[in-house]
Design a protein around this ligand. Structure first.
Ligand SMILES: [Zn+2]
Length: 287
C-alpha cells in the first residue's frame, strides 16, 4: 500500500485575531494560536495564509450598523460581556480570517481552515454567549455579493444552537441562498448519536448538494466530557468520525469546505487542542 503525502493545510491566520488579556470563561480568544501550533507540531504541512480585517461596511451586511459601530468604539458590550477595544479590534480579524479562508476555498475549490470561534450566537443587533459578529452569515452574504456565489451552506456542528445565525439570516432575508443546519437545534444524546452520525452523509447530501461552498463549524463542545455539552455527546472517536464524514462527503459532492473551531470548554485547554487535532487528522485521512 502506497502512502500518499500529507495534504497542505491552508490556515488563514494572523496573530491580530488573538487576544492575550483574560476575557473570561471562554478560551476562544487565545485558542487560534494554540491550535495552529499544535497542527504544526503534529507534523501536518500548515501553510499560513494572509488575512485582513473586515470593515464596518462588511460587518454590517449581517448586522445593524449602529451595533457594529457601538461595539468597535467600545460603547456597546461585545460577546465577552465587556467593552474592551482590544477585543473589539480582534473581532474584525476573526471575521476577516473566516471570510479570507472562505473566499480562497470558493475561488480555488480547495478546503481551507480558519482558526476562529465566537460567531453563531451573534444576532443582527446583539452579542451573546462569547459571540459578537456572525462571521458565518457575514461570509455567506459577502460571498454572494462580492464573489457571485449562488448558494452557501452552513453546517454548524458546535453543541449549541446557532440561534444568532438564524436571526441574522432571517433579518437580512438571506433564506433563499443560505442553507443552515445546527446540531444544537436537535436533541442528539448518547442513545441516538451513533444513528445521527450514520445519517450525517445523507444529511449533507440532502441539505448542501447544491451549495457552492460549505462553511463548517467543527465545534468540540459536543464531546461527552465537555462541561457545556448540549447536543452530540460524542466520544473522541466519534468526533474524528464526524469530521471524516464531513470531509469525505463534501469531496464526493465536490464542495469546498472552510472549517473553523467554534466551541470547546474542557480544561485544561490541551483537551480541546487534542480534539481539534483530530479535525486535522480527519482531513489528512480523508481519501
Ligand atoms: Zn457551543
Amino acid at each position: 500500500m502506497s502512502e500518499s503525502p500529507p495534504k497542505e493545510m491552508l490556515v488563514f491566520y494572523n496573530k491580530a485575531q488573538c487576544v492575550d488579556e483574560n476575557v473570561g470563561y471562554s478560551p476562544s480568544a487565545k485558542k487560534p494560536k494554540l491550535v495552529v501550533e499544535a497542527w504544526r507540531k503534529s507534523g501536518y504541512p500548515v501553510v499560513i495564509q494572509k488575512i485582513r480585517a473586515l470593515s464596518v461596511e462588511e460587518l454590517s451586511v449581517a448586522h445593524d450598523k449602529n451595533y457594529v459601530k457601538g461595539v468597535l468604539s467600545g460603547k456597546l458590550k461585545n460577546g465577552f460581556d465587556n467593552k474592551s477595544l482590544t477585543v473589539a479590534k480582534s473581532l474584525q480579524w476573526t471575521t476577516g480570517s473566516f471570510l479570507c479562508a472562505a473566499v480562497h476555498a470558493y475561488t480555488h475549490k480547495v478546503n481551507t481552515f480558519s482558526p476562529t470561534s465566537g460567531f453563531h450566537h451573534a444576532g443582527y443587533n446583539y452579542a451573546n454567549g462569547f459571540c459578537t459578529f456572525n462571521g458565518l452569515t457575514i461570509t455567506a452574504i459577502l460571498l454572494k455579493q462580492q464573489y457571485k456565489a449562488r448558494k452557501i451552506g452552513i453546517l454548524d456542528l458546535d453543541s449549541h444552537d446557532g440561534d444568532g445565525t438564524e436571526n441574522t439570516i432571517s433579518k437580512t432575508n438571506s433564506e433563499d441562498f443560505i442553507s443552515h443546519y445546527s446540531l444544537g437545534g436537535y436533541s442528539i444524546q448518547k442513545h441516538n448519536n451513533a444513528e445521527w452520525l450514520e445519517n450525517l452523509p445523507d444529511l449533507i447530501r440532502e441539505k448542501f448538494a447544491d451549495c457552492d461552498i460549505l462553511l463548517y463549524q467543527a465545534g468540540v463542545d459536543c464531546h461527552e466530557d465537555d462541561p457545556e455539552v448540549h447536543s452530540g455527546h460524542f466520544t473522541t472517536e466519534q468526533i474524528y468520525l464526524r469530521d471524516k464524514l464531513v470531509f469525505s462527503t463534501c469531496k464526493e459532492l465536490t464542495i469546498p469546505v472552510v472549517t473553523n473551531l467554534a466551541g470547546g470548554y474542557q480544561t485544561p485547554i490541551q483537551k480541546i487542542i487534542d480534539l481539534h487535532n483530530l479535525t486535522a487528522k480527519a482531513f489528512q485521512d480523508c481519501e
